[in-house]
Write a protein that binds this ligand. Sequence first.
Ligand code: FEO
Length: 405
Amino acid sequence: MKPVELKNGIFWVGAIDWAVRDFHGYETPRGTTYNNYLILDNEITLVDTVKYDFADISIQNIRAIVDPSKIKHVVINHIENDHVTSIDKIMALCPDATIHITEKGKKGLARFYDISPWKMRVVKSGDTLLIGKRTLLFLETPMLHWPDSMMTYVKEEKLLISQDGFGQHIASAARFDDEYTTCQSMSELEDAITDYYANILMPFGHILKSKVADIQKLGIEIEMIAPDHGIIFRQDPGMVIKRYLDMANGKSDLSVSIIYDTMWHSTEQMTVPLMHGMKDEGVDCKVIKLRATPQSVAVKEFWKSRGVLLGTPTLNNIMYPSVATFLTYLRGLRPKNRLAGAFGSFGWGGGAVKEAYEIFKKIGLETFEPGLEVLYRPSEEDERKCYDYGVAFAKKVKEYHKKFE
Ligand code: FEO
């Protein structure tokens, strides 16, 4: 791996993780990168570090440009393990450097490392650091993605180093949006942005909106966005900002995800007429079986659609375990602006569909009621009911979607 120059004297010195498929519990089918940036100026500055397994790669990249002992400042935008767990190796190389970090970042870092030997400067929004001909402006962004998070804006370059914000989990030889959309495609990039937002930033959409508004109020011009994961936006940084804001404002496709699991294929059988009913009503529909799909992919599909129909058999009077696990994950992500209904087969007393609605209400989702339940195997009459339910759900989704147009 080689460093890549973003702007004159500013280099990507990160690492590409082609192999990661389980990122703290969620699926990353495209791998990821850990991006950090080296700024050559009168006072050499490193912005962020990388995950511990990749420390040597990043250090090698730094060494290709400069002797690491010459680094005067290390900015830590975020202390999650994927960004900060090589800080000890970095500080061993430049022990006189000053770490610039938020108050919460400093407290958190002290839980992972003995920080007593390190010079630390606590910064807050609006604080700056003059490193020569360039000025770094710090912008706290708590909960994007952890309480400690901040972004660093390089004023003279109009470059926003945005840590987790505006990231995507993509491993690629391409570093920039124009390169990636040439070797892959814009739709691939958009899908990765949606996947990342849905699984990581969905609960914090309101904070994202207010932080973007703060940046606009400060009159900050952005020519380039360099996140700590994935592709750097140099051709069209406005694209990723718009996409994030659209998601934070509740935009989605006029479509439905049927997300289900099944024991003996009865609940699965119900998905077919449900899908036909929706399709005939003019609403696109995707069918996702949970035991065949990573949860993070199911969440992404949920998030892309205006409506969700959750299919669950009843097992011992409650929801099927894989469906319950999915709903637990979804509940933590606190989704908004989606219409939810539930269906499923039961053999004894039922209970799963009722439980699904209880959880929808705890999450705060709009619901389409009542749900649809079938005893044992769906009969032809039951299949007609499923079709009609699909039509009715699609009508309601179309009506609900108008609120967001
Ligand atoms: Fe990429 Fe919140 O760490």
